[in-house]
Design a protein around this ligand. Sequence first.
Ligand SMILES: [Zn+2]
Length: 180
Amino acid sequence: MNSESKFLIVETDPEDIMWLLVTGAPPRAYCKKHTVPLEIAYDIFEVTFCPVDKKEFSFTNEYSIQQRLVEHLGNREALSKLKFVRLDSEGSRVIARESVDLLEEWWIEAKASDTSSGVQLMVQIGKRNESGKKVQLFVDTPRQRLGFDFSDKDTHPAGKLAEVVVTFKDSVTIIKAKDN
Ligand SMILES: [Zn+2]
């Protein structure tokens, strides 16, 4: 089979309903019990029923609207699995990327970008299995400057690290936790 298909269950639907999602076709409601597509009859009102036992199902919306809703849900699910690619408007280009997986407790990721003002290095350090703040360092090589983010997601380097030493061409910058 070329196209992808799967069943989706919508919380707000009546029980025993599942939707078959096939790429390139509108979703179809199925009776879960008999695994058959529901049939729709139009009297004064729209009636959706299982062709096997004639059980009627009433959706919160008209069938065609529900169909579109389910299609959106399916797309949203598929989209959530896609990776984000960030494009920098300043035109900086990532030239190197490295992540350290050797440490059991910590993760470290580094990214070097070629920006209009020269090569910039970003280093992120965080503790595994911890939703707490990470440290985000910026090494600005042309200006020989060490910076960091301080936000609700990022902590001051001294909050996590004993010492950060960056050696530039002509200078050394150190961030060190204060001795108490
Ligand atoms: Zn049925």
